[in-house]
Design a protein around this ligand. Structure first.
Ligand code: FAD
Ligand code: 2HG
Ligand code: ZN
Length: 461
């Protein structure tokens, strides 16, 4: 009896030739971590996971996959929360984590060029060592990569001062589906010669090109920081406090919101002490950073505000980290309860309190046993809706929450993207001509649908 030839072998051989045999993974034990997303809600099967080491290898991998007619899924740290970086059925996953070189910081320009696979934490440390700062920050900093963050236009906790990821991108090097390299890394801050391809690739969720290097804008490394946890009655009270602080303290760089139940969950999962002897209904976490100590300015802005029930302040590193852990611990604490339904929405400021009140009711009406945890980036009008204890394979809760969001004038994705998670609701939020324009751009850059074909665009009717 003759052995049946593996139909994937010609492609695998081409991939091995492109990146070296040890960077083509097919053993299920090795591919598994690349096949399921961080939440556990999205999972699939990769034909192989390849780990190119430079831009030419990325181009060679794309050419090999194009020749075999096998689509690819770019992946960074696999911390995305909408299933956009994991395979569906049989794609080749291109893991970008080996593209992690860091160029020296350009002090005159306050910029740095880094590999797409460098983690956020490494880039932050690299900038810090040169006396500057990379200002985007988020809880997944030890795993999330710059390429993934550009591809999702990640937000994080400092958007209100510095903007999201796209605002930090001065230039990009990326490989298109045809294996062509689009490169704009000169660092020119002003360059209006034609379409802004880096701006377009930012937020494209791996559907237009594979990002290989990024030129980033850096910010001052502030010497002094203060964090305040402000106990309040709810969203509207937190908004009034934020408006007062924002108007007075230019050094404000984060304004995060949490409800009491989320904070209790974090404390019980992490075994930490609650922030105040008496819990408050909600909390606003504020951070200010400046050259001179911003504590007095923050205290002055908070003094006499009737909405402030209590305040805990920290200026030293460990104290600030303890307060931040209450906010950053939410995602992990929620995952410890089971596979969550996660929706990250943004709303007009005026609609935020009503939305926060109605969402748990909307969820309860569908599944009385489900638990809704709300928190988010108040300064950006961005709430994270997490539902646990519900059937995460169904879509009724996603549908109801996203419909409520759009009805109130909000966006179905504030920062995590559409991925695979929100395909059915794209047309709810973006009108037909918008989607048609996006599809035309996709078709121009990726005519055969090689790059992340099941992400961002719902299948055409
Ligand atoms: P992946 O998850 O690997 O991929 C994400 C998307 O980018 C996929 O569509 C993938 O195909 C594409 N992609 C990845 N690399 C490339 C590349 N080189 N070229 C082209 N496309 C690529 N997000 C926020 O916005 N704000 C937050 O505050 C935040 N906090 C988080 C906290 C925790 C604890 C966790 C687990 C996640 C959090 N996230 C947050 C989500 C996540 O960290 C971000 O979406 C991040 O940008 C993903 O980076 P990654 O390298 O893990 O990308
Ligand atoms: C955050 O802001 C992240 O912490 C994750 O965007 C949100 O877990 C979530 O839903
Ligand atoms: Zn967030």
């Amino acid at each position: 009896m003759s052995a049946t030839a593996d139909p994937d072998e010609p492609l695998l051989a081409a991939l091995r030739a492109a990146v070296g045999a040890r960077h083509v993974l097919t053993d299920p034990d090795l591919t598994a971590p690349h096949e399921t997303d961080w939440t556990g809600r999205f999972t699939g099967r990769a034909r192989a996971v390849v780990r190119p080491g430079d831009t030419d290898e990325v181009a060679a991998v794309l050419r090999a996959c194009a020749a075999a007619g096998v689509p690819v899924v770019p992946q960074g740290g696999n911390t995305g929360l909408v299933g956009g970086g994991v395979p569906g059925d049989g794609e080749v996953v291109i893991s970008c984590t080996r593209l992690d070189a860091l160029d020296p910081v350009d002090l005159e320009a306050a910029q740095v060029t880094v590999g797409a696979g460098a983690t956020l934490a490494r880039v932050q440390a690299h900038a810090r060592a040169a006396g500057l700062a990379f200002p985007v920050d988020l809880g997944a900093r030890d795993s999330a990569t710059i390429g993934g963050m550009v591809a999702t236009n990640a937000g994080g906790v400092r958007v209100l001062r510095y903007g999201a990821m796209r605002a930090q991108v001065v230039g990009i090097e990326a490989v298109t589906a045809a294996g062509r390299v689009v490169r704009r890394l000169s660092g020119l801050v002003k360059d209006n010669a034609g379409y802004d391809l880096p701006g377009l690739i930012a937020g494209s969720e791996g559907t237009l090109a594979i990002v290989t290097r990024v030129r980033l804008r850096l910010a001052p490394a502030w010497a002094q920081r203060v964090v305040a946890l402000v106990a309040v009655d709810g969203v509207a009270a937190a908004q009034r406090v934020l408006a007062a602080v924002r108007g007075e303290v230019a050094a404000l760089e984060a304004a995060e919101f949490m409800f009491a139940d989320g904070v209790e969950l974090v404390c019980s999962v992490s075994g930490t002490t609650p922030p105040f002897p008496q819990p408050a209904p909600a909390y606003l976490l504020l951070e200010c950073a400046d050259r001179a100590d911003p504590t007095d300015a923050l205290a002055g802005a908070l003094a006499d505000l009737p909405e402030v029930r209590d305040v805990a302040v920290a200026t030293d590193g460990p104290g600030r980290a303890r307060l931040w852990a209450l906010r950053e611990g939410h995602t992990e604490a929620i995952n410890s309860l089971g596979v969550p339904i996660k929706l990250d929405v943004s709303l007009p400021a005026s609609a935020l309190p009503g939305f926060a009140e109605r969402v748990p009711q909307v969820v309860q009406a569908i599944d009385p046993g489900a638990r809704t945890v709300l928190f988010g980036h108040l300064g950006d009008g961005n709430l994270h809706v997490n539902v646990v204890g519900a059937d995460a394979s169904g879509h009724a809760i996603d549908d109801a929450v996203l419909r409520l969001t759009v009805e109130l004038g909000g966006s179905i994705s504030a920062e995590h993207g559409i991925g695979r998670a929100k395909l059915p609701w794209m047309a709810l939020h973006r009108d037909t001509d918008d989607v048609a324009a996006m599809r035309a751009i996709k078709a121009a850059l990726d005519p055969t649908g090689l790059l992340n074909p099941d992400v961002l665009f719902p299948p055409e009717a």
